[in-house]
Design a protein. Structure first.
Length: 60
């Protein structure tokens, strides 16, 4: 059984692209994951990593 998909309007497309751009803005280390369900974007997840310089945990 297949379910007909609702067409995505140009306004919806622009909104999704804005959200992806927002998720990428300022991201130095990490990932942006886009989840699609039934041909439609349902979630945008941003995972950011912070790298700490100078704290290696070693004692001298």
């Amino acid at each position: 059984m297949s379910i007909p998909l609702k067409p995505v309007s140009a306004e919806d497309d622009a909104s999704i692209l804005r959200e992806v751009q927002n998720a990428l803005a300022g991201l130095r280390f990490g990932a942006v994951e886009i989840t699609v369900h039934n041909g439609q974007v349902v979630q945008i997840e941003r995972k950011e990593k912070f790298r700490l310089h100078g704290s290696t945990g070693k004692t001298q």
